[in-house]
Design a protein around this ligand. Structure first.
Ligand code: SF4
Length: 486
């Protein structure tokens, strides 16, 4: 879509709205006002009483016009607040014009960010009541009733998690970017192959990083509140590699007993009794077993090298080895799936009764095979039906939503939601998603986020992204990170 601006240069904010409202469109910036179709003219004026914006959206031979005015509150003169108001004004005008064209309001209204729950959490921490925070979602951001309910349930969980945090608590993330084979919807950096020749050199650098980070954490006197080993598929590692890894983590960070320690086993085809026993004996007490779908046909289409029967066998093994917490991930909107297939998947998973179920919406990014091949996927409205069904079925089965996030390129601009049985949420997921405390990330692609509680500011340190880079640059990176950390 051609974007032409007058009176401002807010490309980033407008592009975020474009991605959410018209996910297939990419921005183009003509030099002169456009005069054709599929284009947006967006102007802004700043007056003594606030910002005014006008949007002219030309699409499919029609022109849609909308206006927005955002008053500047008394005394708001700082650059950050004024920038927020300006962006909100522009996004609102664009949104109102887009709604005239679309003929419906998107479920998350004007919100385009990945963390919608942060808004009510921030509002309450700033002194608002929960009711006032919900009214803000409704009036200012035009969020639909069902999504407001989801967001407010997750906000309550986040506020409870925040209240339970100690002042020196942080969480630890460790990435294992290897998978047995590559799923067709994956755009992650993960390297495929059980016996990938990079695994051993990768683990050697990772062990060095774990030792260095553990020493720094002890020097600083901070406390590890939860641990998450994710990927990729950590269970691509052999039982002895897993035992050594979990042992190194326990030793380096002197973990308190009973803290939440998740290992994202992920692919059912990697779960053997030996692998699961190595995780349990190494201190792992929460495991993620991800069927994604219980349809063998859909599994074949998305290139997962396992069947629904493998998932059930893996479930039996997980039960036999014994883990207090099990999460199962599902994806709504996979190619070849439909509402009845998704209903069948969810019913089969609910019959197992895991402590957590995470319902994702398919997000096809560049780099995934499905995206490159232009595969047909269920429409946004079909995916919305699947999520509405999940919402009702999970609540009926006594699950509560506890964290949620959105991604770019999601079908229907919907969301991913983590559901839990009462009192059995994952504290790591909440703290990480709502940025409630610092996260120390180790391994390729890990992004350490250091939160300054006084100012609310956030610093990041990114590890090298790819396994080869991580192996090559590991020693230098470990030293640099040590100096910057916490
Ligand atoms: S298991 Fe996850 S990280 Fe691995 S290939 Fe599949 S989608 Fe990608």
């Amino acid at each position: 879509m051609k974007l032409y601006f007058e009176g401002h240069g807010e490309r980033y904010a407008v592009e975020q709205s474009l991605l959410t409202l018209f996910p297939g469109e990419r921005p183009m910036y003509p030099e002169v006002p456009p005069s054709g179709d599929n284009e947006l003219e967006l102007s802004l004026e700043e007056g003594p009483d606030g910002f005014s914006s006008r949007a002219l959206l030309r699409r499919d031979g029609h022109c849609y016009e909308a206006h927005s005015h955002v008053p500047s509150s008394e005394g708001v003169r700082d650059v950050v607040s004024l920038t927020r108001l300006r962006r909100r004004c522009l996004q609102e005008a664009f949104y109102l014009a887009a709604v005239k064209h679309l003929g419906y309001e998107p479920p998350w209204g004007m919100l385009s960010g990945v963390r919608p729950v942060k808004l009510p959490v921030r509002a309450v921490l700033g002194g608002a009541t929960l009711e006032e925070a919900e009214v803000q979602l409704q009036d200012r951001y035009r969020v639909s009733p069902l999504r407001r309910e989801l967001a407010m349930d997750c906000a309550r969980e986040a506020l409870a998690a925040k209240a339970a945090l100690g002042p020196r608590d942080i969480s630890l993330y460790i990435g294992i970017p290897f998978c047995p084979t590559r799923c067709a919807y994956c755009s992650f950096i993960s390297a495929a192959g059980h016996n990938n020749r990079l695994i051993e050199p990768y683990l050697a650098v990772l062990h060095d990083e774990i030792r260095a980070a553990g020493a720094r954490v002890r020097e600083l006197g901070v406390n590890i509140h939860s641990v998450y080993i994710g990927g990729g598929t950590p269970t691509t590692l052999s039982p002895s590699q897993l035992s050594a890894l979990l042992g190194a983590v326990r030793e380096a960070f002197s973990l308190s007993s009973g803290i939440e320690f998740t290992v994202e086993a992920g692919r059912p085809d990697t779960m053997t009794r030996e692998v699961l026993t190595a995780i349990r004996d190494g201190g792992g007490n929460r495991i993620s077993l991800n069927p994604q779908t219980m349809s063998d046909q859909v599994l074949r289409t998305i290139g997962r090298a396992h069947t629904a029967a493998d998932t059930l066998r893996a479930w039996e093994l997980v039960q036999a080895v014994g883990f207090p917490g099990v999460n199962m991930d599902l994806i709504a909107g996979l190619p070849g799936d439909d509402l009845s297939g998704f209903q069948d998947t969810l019913s089969k998973v609910l019959a197992l009764g895991p402590e957590n179920v995470t319902v994702h919406t398919l997000a096809l990014k560049r780099g995934s095979r499905l995206k490159e091949e232009g595969s047909e996927i269920p429409s946004g409205s079909q995916v919305a039906e699947m999520l509405d069904f999940a919402w009702a079925a999970l609540r009926k089965a006594d699950y509560l939503p506890y964290y949620l996030y959105r991604q770019k390129f999601m079908s229907g601009a919907l969301e991913n939601v983590g559901w839990c049985k009462e009192g059995l949420s994952s504290v790591y997921n909440i703290c990480m998603m709502e940025e409630l405390h610092s996260i120390l990330s180790l391994g390729a692609g890990g992004v350490t986020k250091i939160i300054d509680y006084e100012s609310g500011s956030l610093r990041r340190f990114s590890n090298p992204k790819y396994p080869q880079e991580y192996i090559r640059e590991g020693p230098r990176m470990i030293q640099e990170k040590r100096e910057l950390l916490l």
